[in-house]
Design a protein around this ligand. Structure first.
Ligand code: SIN
Ligand code: FE
Length: 287
């Protein structure tokens, strides 16, 4: 397996970084071992699991400044929002430093803070991110729009966030597209009419869900496919297109995550993205 993780020596969120876009767009993980998200002493007090409302998976800061999923009030809540907001600014600066051409086309998603311990989560196989997968969301069709994510490990006890990173998207597609259930247009329309999906699930969205479920549901694949285990230490940051990079999280606690969306045609090389790869493989338009 070629190197799926590219290590970058940078300590500054906004220092321009040349020559990384093609690796990112090829589905590799850009790993910044020394790029630390600094916390103030007061913010460090927010590194405890009970800041999260047990009913929510994560704490998230929406673009309009509203904080969701937090169990703290008053001054602590203000501090939590400020901490997550500062991570958002730094994550956006990092993407601008890597891919300045993306800037006018990026669409910002909420920023999340994940204080829960990964190992103790109880979930269905489909929701279990400890299984290798590419990101695809049943209720949110995206018609090929990209999911670009920035992660940073904040763990105060020295615990890494341990990921597995799998094979290239072309190989995943070659393996799982032939097993995918066919797309049924009337079903997609019914799902939209019933508000199960927020917009029409295209054949692309259907296939991405089939890959997500196909990978997670195949325990032999989970065990035997080409993969590397990567412990991301506290104080490190990593970036990938999570709709393209096969990933799984095995353990860890306290992480920040920023998602940015990008129209597929606004990439530097649009022929490298999952939509283009799937369309080439099937020989037809999928959106
Ligand atoms: C995921 O996106 O599958 C989870 C990543 C993480 O929580 O580290
Ligand atoms: Fe994921």
């Amino acid at each position: 397996m070629d190197n799926r993780i590219i290590t970058v020596d940078s300590r500054d969120w906004s220092q321009p970084l040349q020559g990384l876009v093609s690796a990112l767009e090829a589905g590799k993980v850009l790993y910044f071992p020394e790029l630390r998200f600094e916390l103030t002493p007061d913010e460090s007090k927010l590194l405890r699991p009970d800041v999260r409302d047990e009913k929510s998976r994560n704490i998230s800061l929406r673009n309009d400044g509203v904080l969701a999923g937090a169990a703290v009030q008053g001054e602590e809540q203000v501090r939590l929002a400020a901490m997550i907001g500062r991570f958002r600014s730094q994550a956006c600066a990092l993407i601008d430093a890597i891919a300045p051409a993306y800037k006018p086309a990026l669409r910002l998603a909420p920023t999340s803070y994940r204080p829960a311990q990964v190992e103790s989560r109880v979930q269905s196989w489909r929701a279990d991110d400890r299984r290798l997968h590419v990101d695809a969301f049943p209720s949110r069709p995206n018609r090929g729009e990209r999911i670009l994510r920035v992660f940073t490990n904040l763990n105060p006890a020295g615990e890494p966030r341990v990921w597995r990173v799998g094979e290239a998207f072309e190989d995943i597609a070659r393996r799982f597209v032939p097993r995918a259930k066919p797309y049924v247009a009337w079903q997609a329309k019914a799902l939209k009419a019933l508000h199960v999906t927020k917009s029409l699930r295209t054949e692309y969205d259907h296939l991405m869900l089939q890959l997500h479920d196909g990978m997670k549901g195949d325990l032999d694949y989970q065990r035997d496919c080409p993969q590397v285990t990567m412990p991301f230490p506290p104080g490190s940051t990593w970036v990938c297109y999570s709709d393209q990079t096969a990933h799984a999280v095995m353990s860890g606690q306290f992480m920040m995550e920023q998602t940015l969306h990008l129209a597929a045609e606004r990439q530097v090389d649009p022929s490298a993205n999952p939509l283009a790869i799937l369309e080439r493989q099937l020989g037809r338009k999928l959106t």
